[in-house]
Design a protein around this ligand. Structure first.
Ligand SMILES: Nc1ncnc2c1ncn2[C@@H]1O[C@H](COP(=O)(O)OP(=O)(O)OP(=O)(O)O)[C@@H](O)[C@H]1O
Ligand SMILES: O=P(O)(O)OC[C@H]1O[C@H](OP(=O)(O)OP(=O)(O)O)[C@H](O)[C@@H]1O
Ligand SMILES: O=C(O)c1cccnc1
Length: 495
């Protein structure tokens, strides 16, 4: 699908922070606009205090880059911006430069559905400084949100032990695109369907639903309401049983289930949306089984998240389909991922690449310099460790060390010869041309599920997970340390 064209019917070139445009202008003014640079998009900490993160949003990113050009109305708006003294904010020649800009970057990125870890690049952009800079904000906007929601959905899917999840978030999502992007990401993370019909149309996500309390309340009795629904949708009956008295609601559902059966149709199940979901689902299960409806599903909903679902599982609740809205699509307990986009190398006038480092008082904020990639090593189908390495580095296949970027005393020896390896950054754009075959949403969702299966369950624990090893290859570690020490000396005037 064409996100920009189908959703916005407009260029999104101005969907960036103003300072990106003022820097772009500055680069142009100082003759640096076309200097080549490399930026990496990465996050520093898993969301939800978890042990893994699931990447999502690449298809939006691709669409954004393919449509990354300034149209006449964008330029007219920029031309209308003024400085304090009334002069134009941007010179006409700069606007002409913008109007002629063609997207020419190389982009490498992890595929959607990939399980990713702190400090490893999710996206690497290489190209003219000017373009790389303008892309910072939209890329972060896209990847941060969808990755966050895909991760939340994956956690919920772990809690349901793979039982179907109906995503019900639209009414409480963060606005229109917040809802659409969340439905997409939630499906990638493992939801089975969405209630959002536009998301179904745009992305091909299966659409499903039950009915609301208002349906019941609009009839004289609950029984009449169920009968009328069965008349309208005999193949799609999931009766909401808790409007007045849940167990009486189950009795009414059974009555209408029997009528449906007499007509050769089968009730799909019931939904419980309030009260003690463990108690009522177990009672309802007994009643449905006794009445000859052992296959009728019990959908549970009401402010669910992975923790409540886990608790309901441990209470042996008889829910087997989970309706989850607000807490999923708003990432309730952590509303932002916090990925950043940092310069890691720049090409000098002599044509050599200079790795770049940004110092910080907090060592977690010192970036990883150079042009790097990530390798995941697998042993017997299980992920063993991720190595961040300089892309032109030859790795010793007999024995190599990875070093924790946050704690250099924390090291792990690997024997690549014994492992299968996967290079995580895949080429998406080469000199501005899309060379990547975008998978279908179902393929992405399958990748997410397969990726998670390749990790030990200790890393997937919802609370206090075991930390998966991720480290810098030795040469990259030394390069980083040398640059840090050099920068510190310069800072202190010691050189
Ligand atoms: N057995 C249970 N164990 C743990 N949490 C539960 C259980 N049953 C329900 N919950 C959760 O408790 C929270 C509040 O439930 P509560 O009973 O207050 O809702 P309610 O008042 O019945 O519903 P509503 O306000 O929507 O009518 C919800 O998040 C719900 O998912
Ligand atoms: O609880 P969520 O995970 O967000 O799932 C969506 C909720 O939306 C509906 O409730 P409604 O809007 O009627 O409000 P309610 O909470 O008063 O039932 C539905 O009955 C779910 O409870
Ligand atoms: O189809 C449903 O049951 C539904 C849809 C949106 C929100 N809550 C429930």
């Amino acid at each position: 699908m064409k996100i920009t064209k189908d959703l916005y019917q407009s260029s999104l070139a101005l969907l960036t922070d103003f300072y990106q445009l003022t820097m772009a202008y500055g680069y142009w003014k100082s003759g640096k606009a076309d200097q080549e640079a490399v930026f990496n998009l990465f996050f520093r900490k898993h969301p939800f205090q978890g042990g893994f993160t699931m990447a999502a949003g690449l298809e939006y990113l691709i669409d954004y880059c393919e449509n990354f050009n300034f149209e006449d109305e964008d330029l007219a708006y920029l031309a209308s911006m003024k400085r304090k003294d009334g002069s134009p904010m941007f010179e006409p020649d700069f606007l002409k430069y913008l109007s002629e800009m063609k997207f020419t970057c190389d982009i490498d990125a992890v595929e959607e559905g990939t399980v990713v870890f702190p400090n490893t690049p999710l996206v690497r952009v290489r190209g003219p400084l000017f373009q790389c800079q303008l892309l910072e904000t939209p890329l972060l906007n896209i990847i941060n949100f969808q990755t966050l929601i895909a991760t939340k959905a994956a956690r919920i899917n772990l809690a349901t032990l793979g039982e179907p999840i109906m995503e019900f978030g639209l009414r409480r999502a963060q606005g229109i695109d917040g809802a659409l992007a969340a439905s997409r990401a939630a499906y990638i993370g493992g939801c089975t369907s969405t209630s959002n019909v536009l998301a179904g149309k745009l992305f091909g996500i299966p659409v499903s639903g039950t009915h609301a309390h208002s349906w019941i309340m609009s009839f004289e009795t609950e029984l009449e309401a169920f009968e009328a629904y069965a008349e309208a949708f005999p193949d799609n009956c999931i009766f909401l049983v808790d409007t007045y008295d849940t167990l009486n609601g189950v009795k009414n559902a059974i009555k209408v289930g029997q009528i449906l059966r007499s007509k050769g149709k089968e009730m799909l199940g019931i939904r419980i949306d309030s009260g003690d979901l463990a108690y009522f689902s177990n009672k309802a299960r007994e009643m449905l089984d006794e009445a000859g409806f052992p296959d009728a599903k019990i959908v549970g909903s009401n402010d669910l998240d992975e923790h409540i679902i886990s608790s309901l599982k441990s209470q042996e609740a008889s829910i087997n389909v989970w309706g989850v809205g607000t807490k999923l699509v708003t990432a309730f307990d952590q509303p932002a991922l916090g990925a950043v986009y940092k310069l890691s190398a720049i090409k000098s006038e002599t044509g050599t690449w200079e790795p770049k480092i940004k110092l910080s008082q907090q060592s977690i904020k010192i970036n990883i310099p150079g042009i790097h990639n990530v390798k995941r090593y697998y042993s017997n189908g299980k992920a063993v460790a991720d190595m961040i390495y300089l892309e032109n580095q030859v790795i010793d296949s007999k024995s190599t060390m990875i070093i924790d970027p946050m704690d250099p005393t924390h090291r792990k020896r690997l024997m690549p010869a014994f492992y299968k390896e996967e290079i995580l950054l895949k080429t998406i754009f080469k000199a501005g041309k899309n060379v990547y075959q975008i998978p279908t949403l179902d393929q992405i969702r399958d990748r997410g599920i397969a990726q998670l299966e390749s990790f030990d369950k200790t890393h997937k624990r919802l609370v206090n997970p075991h930390i998966y090893p991720v480290g810098l290859e030795e040469n990259l570690h030394h390069l980083r340390m040398d640059l840090v020490l050099k920068a510190k000396k310069l800072d202190n005037g010691l050189e």
